[in-house]
Design a protein around this ligand. Structure first.
Ligand SMILES: Cc1ncc(COP(=O)(O)O)c(C=O)c1O
Length: 290
């Protein structure tokens, strides 16, 4: 347990290990809620507006009314970062359906709950960033949009967790998830990119993935430095034939892929991944220092 971790809950900030929610909260009982993960660097959140917009879209998609306005949530975040003892960290913003009866009916829940945790980042091990991560193609498929749209960042991550369990069992760092049509969708907590013949490629949103905010920034910075980018459906073989491959996510930032099961990529990757990584880092620094 990290003693530095803080939690904003019920309009007050307290040590995270002292904060609690009801056992009758449907966020806990049914995974009925939505969340965001975001980072702050130099004391300022990166891409806050985009995260708040996605939070609102996720909440609307499950007919969950946010208990505070986006402006109020933004102020709570600023207050939390000011109180947090480090300039860099990770924020987890969670909105739950709130307390209800033991039945599934969200209509019986009184008021949605919201809490925000500030902590250090332990989502991806820093060691992985230099060595690259190993992916395992999961047997379980990404939930199709007609069942639970992967664009909704809900508290229901069992689909992703089952894929990660498979990856763990295979001795790999992360799962590569496919959709029901055998196309690549994403990792369990990140989006995937390849570089093939000088073009950056990533699956389109229609292939069943979260519209990653890092994904959007990476597409933007790559184009800015003159790298062509395509959102196109990809099969595992397309990934294996690519020269470079990396994952993106708030936790991972940009992290090279070392291998997909038995298929090895060159590590460190070159020549385009390091250029994109540098441009991405520069974007963070510019965004968070101005
Ligand atoms: C399933 C999934 N895909 C992709 C991502 C990457 O999204 P972002 O770049 O917005 O963090 C995440 C982040 O948590 C995720 O959970």
């Amino acid at each position: 347990m990290n003693k530095k971790a803080l939690c904003w809950i019920n309009e007050t900030i307290r040590p995270a290990h002292e904060a609690s929610i009801s056992v009758l909260d449907h966020g806990l009982l049914y995974g009925d809620g939505v969340f965001e993960g975001l980072r702050f660097y130099h004391g300022k959140t990166f891409m806050l507006e985009a995260h708040l917009e996605r939070l609102q879209q996720s909440a609307q998609a499950i007919e969950l009314e946010l208990p505070y306005s986006l402006a109020q949530i933004g102020s709570a975040i600023i207050e939390l970062i000011e109180r947090y003892p480090e300039d860099d960290g990770y924020l987890r913003l969670v909105v739950t359906r709130g307390q209800g009866s033991l039945g599934i009916d969200p209509g019986k829940c009184v008021r949605p709950g919201l809490f925000i945790i500030a902590d250090e980042l332990t989502v991806m091990d820093i060691r992985d960033a230099s060595q690259g991560v190993g992916l395992h193609v999961a047997h379980i498929r990404r939930t199709p949009a007609r069942c639970l749209d992967p664009a909704i960042k809900s508290l229901n991550y069992l689909n992703n967790i089952l894929a990660r369990i498979e990856a763990n069992r295979a001795g790999m760092d992360e799962a590569l998830m496919l959709n029901l049509d055998d196309y690549v969708s994403e990792g369990s907590v990140d989006n995937i990119f390849i570089i093939s013949a000088g073009t950056l490629k990533t699956p389109p949103l229609g292939d069943g993935l979260l519209a990653g905010i890092t994904r959007a920034v990476v597409i933007d910075v790559a184009q800015e430095i003159g790298i062509r980018c395509e959102q196109t459906s990809l099969k595992v073989d397309d990934l294996k034939q690519a020269e470079e491959c990396f994952l993106t996510g708030t936790g991972a930032e940009l992290i090279p892929v070392r291998c997909i099961d038995e298929h090895e990529f060159g590590v460190p990757p070159s020549p385009l991944t390091p250029r994109i990584m540098r441009a991405f880092r520069q974007r963070i620094d510019t965004y968070c220092t101005t």
